[in-house]
Design a protein around this ligand. Structure first.
Ligand SMILES: C[S@@+](CC[C@H](N)C(=O)[O-])C[C@H]1O[C@@H](n2cnc3c(N)ncnc32)[C@H](O)[C@@H]1O
Ligand SMILES: [Zn+2]
Ligand SMILES: [Zn+2]
Length: 539
């Protein structure tokens, strides 16, 4: 079977429209599916995660998802953020569809017709809030950092820029549901905030990064995956807060697809005080269990926050000692140590890393993609060779890192000789990371935002598409003229102002002749860079 050919056929015959979520891209079908199938075949039959959409009617969900996808597809065109519009728009459409069906079924169960209200904590771009409001649910979103796109939604989509520090001031007694959609450090707090907001408040969280109440989540045991262990922790928090916890798996492109839902309580309203004592006890039992400070430490400015989201701030009157006593008591209910992240994200764009460190990582990754062990630098050439190496076929080692059994790898490789199906010109970011040493990865994470940022910033050499790294083929770039450098002909100011990486380092040299390559083939071609007339992004 050749997946690549069948996916192309699908594209031609069925007017295939990829949305990256329900209908995958052809590149994914061609480059990924076979490997995944193989992995799934040998994977342990013991399921760690629930099957998809087990708490809602799949039929109703699918119809609504298609409808909303159509309705909000224009968002992809006008998306002003730097993030991938397709991934974000269709992911939020999928999450909104899920919540809308969940809530519709809840109204039917309860015999009510009033649409549920909600607050989305850590709402990011706010699209989920926008869709839910548009579909008739009163609600709002809160995030420590406002986004450009917020201005595009119009006045009916309420989004607030505020840092949430879990406390008695960040309760939402009027909300039916609290949402934490990939809400990072707020995730473990959402069941607590929901439980204390009102007896009727429910919550939905879709955990992503692993945070405890006051810092990183530290795993206790290695039998489970870290993800499973974290999900179990959030379930435990929900149960300690007095919720019946339910789990489901969403149909979204993200790798973190499992949501946890607290729809009802395990105790009657009269027992609220006793249960709250248990909640407090549970919070304190987690003291010291997190891994040091939070990922994004920030000054403790919001501890007695003047910018809490409800705007119903207390304090400022009465004797100072009364205030201190009540603050101490309140702090007892809310584990201290949570630090909301900074409003302005630290720019981590590799500029602070030394050039030779960056060059060494670039070489190492290029070597991996070109399937060779050592750099062949030293004999620069122009590539007249037709079979210019743009990244080699998968070899046994690479399949090994995918976690495939050796015999299965052999079978796949044997089959791959019959056709081009298993040839790959890319590696996933995880595969690349696997090959780099820990110190390099740690340094990248700290100083430049990670491996992906470095590779994306090294645009002359790499192309990162759908989480996979490719060697950039400049023949295609010139055809597409999409890459800013590719638009720069000899008359452009940037033409030949940087050395061609391929000319210097690629074993086959540069795939382009010197006359059409926008980069310098040797120092003799190098032109001094001129300051740009107006501000523009340099790749
Ligand atoms: C991973 S992003 C997810 C954004 C959005 N929910 C989504 O899925 O696209 C986490 C968001 O939580 C916000 N956030 C984290 N801690 C926060 C806090 N203490 N108060 C308000 N927002 C916070 C961040 O600014 C960020 O936008
Ligand atoms: Zn996250
Ligand atoms: Zn070149």
């Amino acid at each position: 079977m050749c997946i690549r050919f069948s996916s192309v056929a699908a594209q031609q015959n069925e007017k295939w429209q990829s949305d990256g979520a329900i209908y995958p891209r052809c590149t994914w079908l061609g480059g990924e599916l076979l490997g995944r199938l193989a992995r799934w075949c040998v994977a342990s039959s013991k399921r760690e995660l629930r099957s998809t959409l087990s708490l809602v009617s799949i039929g109703r969900y699918s119809v609504l998802y298609q409808e909303l996808k159509e309705k909000y597809r224009d968002m992809v065109r006008v998306w002003p953020e730097v993030t991938d519009p397709e991934k974000f728009v269709y992911e939020d459409v999928a999450i909104a569809s899920y919540l809308l069906i969940l809530w519709e079924e809840e109204r039917a169960e309860r015999g009510v017709s009033t649409p549920q209200s909600f607050v989305d904590l850590g709402c990011g771009n706010g699209l989920l809030v926008h869709i839910l409001c548009n579909e008739g649910h009163p609600g709002r979103g809160i995030d420590v950092r406002r986004r450009k796109i917020w201005d595009m939604y119009g006045p009916h989509t309420q989004l607030e820029e505020n840092a949430i520090t879990p406390s008695a001031q960040t309760l939402f007694p009027a909300a039916d549901w609290l949402i934490g959609n990939h809400s990072d450090e707020l995730t473990p707090w959402i069941p607590v905030i929901a439980a204390r907001s009102s007896y009727h408040c429910r919550f939905f969280v879709l955990p992503c990064c692993f945070f405890d109440f006051a810092g990183r989540f530290c795993r206790r045991q290695s039998r489970k995956t870290q993800y499973r262990e974290y999900l179990d922790f959030i379930r435990e928090v929900g149960e300690a807060c007095g919720f019946h916890m339910e789990e489901d798996c969403l149909r979204i492109p993200s790798t973190k697809r499992v949501c946890l839902i607290g729809k009802s309580r395990t105790y009657p309203p009269a027992e609220e005080a006793g249960v709250d004592e248990r909640r407090t006890w549970y919070l304190h039992s987690r003291r010291g269990l997190s891994g040091g400070g939070p990922l994004c430490p920030a000054p403790q400015a919001a501890a007695c926050s003047s910018d809490h989201p409800d705007g119903d701030r207390t304090g400022g009157t009465g004797a100072q000692c009364d205030l201190e006593v009540s603050e101490a008591q309140a702090e007892g209910l809310w584990l201290p140590g949570f630090q909301p992240r900074e409003k302005v994200e630290r720019v981590r764009n590799c500029a602070s890393l030394p050039r030779d460190f960056i060059d060494q990582v670039v070489l190492q990754v290029a070597d991996l993609l070109l399937n060779r062990r050592k750099s062949h630098a030293g004999s620069p050439r122009e590539g007249t060779c037709k079979a210019w190496n743009g990244g080699g076929p998968v070899h046994l080692g690479a399949l090994g890192i995918l976690g495939l059994g050796v015999s299965l790898c052999r079978t796949l490789l044997r089959d791959s000789k019959k056709g081009p199906c298993l040839r790959t010109e890319s590696l996933s970011l995880a595969e690349v990371a696997w090959q780099l040493d820990r110190a390099t990865l740690r340094r990248l994470k700290h100083e430049c935002g990670g491996l992906q940022t470095l590779l994306r910033n090294s645009r002359q050499v790499f192309e990162v598409l759908d989480g996979r790294v490719h060697i950039r083929d400049w023949r295609r770039e010139l055809q597409r003229e999409k890459h800013p450098e590719a638009k720069r002909g000899p008359s452009s100011e940037a033409f030949k102002t940087r050395i061609c990486w391929f000319f210097t380092h690629h074993p086959d040299g540069c795939v382009l002749p010197s006359t059409s390559c926008p980069f310098a083939h040797g120092p003799q071609e190098l032109r001094p860079p001129r300051p740009p007339k107006k501000k523009r992004q340099v790749p």
